[in-house]
Design a protein around this ligand. Structure first.
Ligand code: OSB
Ligand code: MG
Length: 379
């Protein structure tokens, strides 16, 4: 693919509103945009979605930046690859660091699609011209504030509402929401805040006709989720526990969930996302694409993977304006009545706008072919 250099654009983006989950509150988003440049000066873009601190998963941006600079970018520049699917194999000796791997792989996918003048969605085997999206709402100080946010998002036409829960902010809060919004497609996300000791609370959620309960138990767990799913009517959806193709296989075999949230970064990139898609399809497990508070580049990658046929549930890839005063792409992602039109332009389908990106840019580091992988044991 003739990749000449990799640029790591490190951005600090201020979010419109703080976003609170069971693991903490976030106001600023530290994002890395990866740019892969070929010999002809064509650029592909990916986004590394690691959090600033290792709270959602073990990955965090400072570590991902080291992993990209020290291993993954030099490896890619030292080894000629023919297709983006080769990236996963190239990086495979290096364990995990999925979000770092996926960020670089994403840039390669976009570049390859542009080199071949086709939309990324088509390159991935996508079949949809538009995708349904929902919205994820963080915890609020009071139920009244949350009800206001829900009303606003229902009015905007989102296809489903997801609310965050945590111990003490669960059954009664959902009862209040259901009291006011009797029929909206509603789901909850616990971000691994419960254990099987909370089974009564989790069972009490069965009465609210929720589409699913996302990641109630520990990140990485499959066994207890299988026990829980057997006792719940509401489908369990796994997020944090599906951190690889093998984890998806385990979850399906054990019956740990009935729905999977695919996050491209968490599973190690688009190649792994496709593999999980095909496996889940074979086993009649519906999918949706989760979000990681992405800027436009990550948002467009998410939309591209959502065009695959088994992504049958609305994802978290809301409009750019959900989080950002101004996104870094032109045009921005816009959902109209909960539907995002998929671009027909080559690659991710929008331009990275360096003028807009400037306001958030902290620094750009460039890795070239002269930078050999900095490691001791590898030949
Ligand atoms: O659990 O899905 C999650 C954001 C950051 C980390 C984890 C999660 C989330 C969200 C928001 O729920 C998804 C989004 O709108 O990007
Ligand atoms: Mg989640």
């Amino acid at each position: 693919m003739n990749i000449k250099e990799i640029k790591l654009h490190q951005l600090m983006m201020n979010m419109k509103h703080p976003f609170t989950t069971s693991f903490g509150t976030q106001q600023d988003r530290f994002i890395t945009i990866i740019e892969a440049v070929d010999e002809n000066g064509l650029s592909g873009f990916g986004e590394c979605v690691s959090g600033e601190d290792p709270l959602y998963s073990e990955e965090f941006m400072d570590a991902s930046l080291i992993a990209m600079k020290k291993y993954f970018a030099p490896l890619l520049l030292q080894n000629e690859i023919k297709h983006p699917d080769d990236v996963w194999e190239l990086f495979k000796p290096f364990k995990r660091n999925n979000m770092a791997k996926a960020g670089i792989e994403g840039a390669v996918w976009d570049l390859y699609a542009k080199q071949h003048d086709i939309p990324l969605s088509k390159l991935l085997g996508g079949v949809k011209e538009n995708v349904d999206v929902g919205v994820s709402l963080g915890l609020e100080e009071t139920d009244e504030l949350l009800l206001e946010r829900i009303a606003e998002k229902v009015d905007e036409g989102y296809k489903r509402i997801k609310v965050k829960i945590k111990p003490g902010r669960d059954v009664e809060m959902i009862r209040t929401i259901r009291g006011k919004f009797k029929d909206i497609p509603l789901m909850v996300d616990a971000n691994s805040a419960y254990t099987l000791d909370d089974i009564d609370t989790l069972k009490a959620l069965d009465q609210f006709k929720l589409m699913m309960i996302e990641q109630p138990l520990a990140a990485g767990d499959l066994i207890d989720h299988a026990k829980l799913q057997r006792q719940l009517k509401t489908p369990v959806c796994l997020d944090e526990s599906i951190d690889s193709y093998e984890a998806a296989r385990g979850a399906i075999e054990l019956g740990s969930c009935r729905i999977i949230n695919v996050k491209v970064g968490r599973v190690g990139g688009l190649t792994q996302s496709k593999k999980i898609h095909d496996l889940a399809q074979k086993h009649h497990i519906p999918l949706w694409c989760g979000g990681m508070l992405e800027a436009g580049v990550g948002r467009l990658h998410n939309i591209a993977i959502t065009t695959l046929g088994n992504f049958t549930l609305p994802g978290d890839t809301a409009s750019s304006s959900r989080y950002w005063h101004e996104d870094i792409i032109t045009p921005e992602v816009t959902a109209e009545n909960g539907v995002v039109e998929v671009s027909h332009e080559p690659g991710i389908g929008a331009e990275v706008d360096f003028g807009k990106m400037e306001q958030y840019l902290q620094k750009t580091e460039t890795i070239t072919k002269e930078d050999t992988p900095d490691m001791i044991f590898y030949d």
